[in-house]
Design a binder for this molecule. Sequence first.
Ligand SMILES: [Zn+2]
Length: 315
Amino acid sequence: MNTLSKRLIRSAGLAVATFILGTWTVPAAAAKKVNVVATLPDFGAIAKEVGGDKVNVTSIAKGSEDPHFVDARPSFIRVLNQADVLLEGGAELEIGWLPPLIEGARNRRIIGDAPGRVKFSPAIRMLDVPAGPVDRSMGDVHPAGNPHFWLDPANGKIIASTIAATLVQVDAANAAIYQANLQRFSQRLDAKIKEWTQAMEPWRGTHVITYHKTYDYFLHRFGLELVATIEPKPGIEPSPTHISALIPQAREKGVKLIFIEPNRNRRTPEYLAERIGAKVLVLPGMVGGNEKVTDYISLFDYYVRQLKDALGKSP
Ligand SMILES: [Zn+2]
């Protein structure tokens, strides 16, 4: 066979290949859903609202886990390998468990400054940002400020719009759908924030103690006051001396409630509650933390209901 024939055959082969790709991959791509992986179920829940039936959403942490110490099973490496988008809180929340999964996944769509790599913390007005450097050897798990920002429903709107902007970028064909879903979710959330604010109005100024600094954004939004935490520092378990020091402080401030997450040991909070005449409220720190908290809005519905039940109809 001469060179010209070889070249003709090769280009014909190329044409056939192009044709096959053209006819096969385009419909497949149109039907393919965007694979979204969320570090936390709250980000996943909001991604479902914004992405609707155009996305597959997988969340790594379970709602009952401590988001700082997630059991990051190696099976998530395969999930991350197939991800088009990774949603992450940032502010060092996932630093203890996410980096090895990302490294193992070797997926350039979610590495570095790829459009599929999303961190929410830079868009959020963070609480508890330290004025100076924090010594990590002290064990403080909030060295870059308080990372539990999804517990202010107003931040849920920022999370949703960040997700929508990302989906529009990685799946432009469905941009109008994402924008419409975002608008619908934001309006629903606005209406609920108004409702929750009204319901919480009688309890403004209520003094509470929490186990970890999980609920600060919620307290800040609805005007409740954090008197102290059972942990002396985020991530550090309390000593008996610390608990003894909390008792007079809590009595002086008239603390009526102690908030704890479902994964905490109840012994210390109950000991303290008994001595100061307070109630222990178990409030999931994330969506899925109990069977009643199935999506982002039901998380706050649950909080407001629990608070009303604990505090009574009027102050
Ligand atoms: Zn924390």
